[in-house]
Ligand binder design. Structure first.
Ligand code: UDP
Length: 343
């Protein structure tokens, strides 16, 4: 289902590593949500840079394929625990860094799984912070642009306080991530844990799920276009997003969790190039040479009208900005899906 072959995305891993001014040699990193899209890419990058990774996941939305190949990439420097991080954990092995990614993230999942989502970002965040506290480890929390809700300020800076519908269907994710951020700051202030918070904007790349509840817009449109199915645009397609290619996102996350000046900081990570969902569909039809046409379906409630990050802080603090254009990133995704079809 998902193409995970050793070295298949080696160019992408090299793209991440070559721009980093540090390595992970000798570092021990705990990643929750390691079987998810970003968790798996992070783990593979850190293992390739000589680090040791202890990965935790309960396969709520992650997949076995996302962790299977890490054993060979990591030369036995990868271990895996099948565990739900929202439940308590006696983790004793020392770590230098904890990265807490575990959470369902697709809006389709918000409807059937709101309690799990709230737990992984609140109880899960407390459990993961507890591990960081025990070992004096750095802590990276992957928050989201969703905490801004239906934003009224564009591009949206970290200082914007958000406009979230607490009671709406997205509330479980938005408010849980907001609580997760507040927990990080509580541990930072009270226990002086070295926390860093990433507000991740829409990210895409090879290995992202397209199936069922898990499919986000780019893998869904790609899958539809490559199989000659109708492209399902929700609403009239005028809503916007800003899409960041996975190698850029992973580079940003690794910088955020490593650079000393980022201690206690919250940083937007995303690509500020904003496009409408209709334009995205047109790009994908063009890149895949598809004969698919668009069909229009109802817009889900509270689907944000615009989303575009202000990344001034990331540029200044992390010396980071995205390198991969949308067209080039979409081509890479398309190539990886074609490769999968060849199998
Ligand atoms: N979307 C769409 N068709 C789909 C899936 C998503 O038009 O088949 C739209 C969705 O309504 C939203 C945007 O694409 O406006 C991005 O959706 P996604 O699920 O990727 O994440 P979101 O940014 O909403 O969290």
């Amino acid at each position: 289902m998902i193409p995970y072959k050793n070295n298949q995305n080696r160019d992408d891993i090299d793209q991440i590593i070559k721009h980093l001014p540090f390595s992970f040699d000798g570092q021990r990193v705990l990643i929750t949500g390691v079987a998810g899209f970003l968790g798996s890419w992070l783990a593979e990058s850190i293992l390739t840079m000589g680090g040791t990774v202890i990965g935790i996941d309960n396969f709520a939305s992650g997949t076995i394929q996302a962790v299977e190949h890490l054993k060979s990439v990591g030369n036995d420097q990868f271990t895996f625990l099948n565990h739900d991080i929202s439940k308590s954990i006696d983790f004793v092995s020392p770590v230098d860094c904890v990265m807490h990614l575990a959470s369902r993230a697709s809006p389709f999942e918000f409807v059937p799984y709101p309690i799990q989502i709230m737990k992984s970002n609140t109880l899960g965040t407390m459990n993961a912070l507890g591990i960081a506290k025990r070992h004096g480890a750095r802590f990276l929390f992957t928050s989201t642009s969703e905490i801004y809700g239906e934003a009224q300020l564009f591009p949206t800076p970290e200082t914007y306080r958000g406009n979230v519908n607490v009671l709406g269907i997205r509330g479980c994710y938005d408010e849980a991530k907001r609580a997760g951020e507040a927990l990080c700051m509580a541990y930072f202030r009270q226990h002086e844990i070295d926390v860093r918070i990433a507000r991740i904007f829409n990210t895409y790349g090879p290995r992202m799920r397209a199936d069922g509840l898990y499919g986000r817009v780019i893998p869904r449109f790609m899958d539809q276009a490559l199989h000659g199915k109708s492209i399902t645009i929700f609403g009239d397609g005028t809503q916007t997003r800003s899409f960041c290619y996975v190698t850029d996102q992973i580079e940003g996350l690794l910088r955020l969790c490593t650079i000393p000046a980022a201690r206690g900081e919250v940083v937007n990570l995303g690509n500020p190039m904003e496009i409408t969902i209709q334009e995205l569909a047109d790009h994908i039809i063009h890149i895949t040479h598809s004969k698919s046409s668009c069909v229009f379906e109802p817009l889900p409630p509270d689907d944000p009208t615009r989303r575009v990050p202000d990344i001034t802080k990331a540029r200044e603090l992390l010396e980071w900005s995205p390198r991969i254009s949308l067209k080039s990133g979409l081509r890479r995704v398309c190539d990886s899906l074609k490769f999968q079809g060849d199998e």
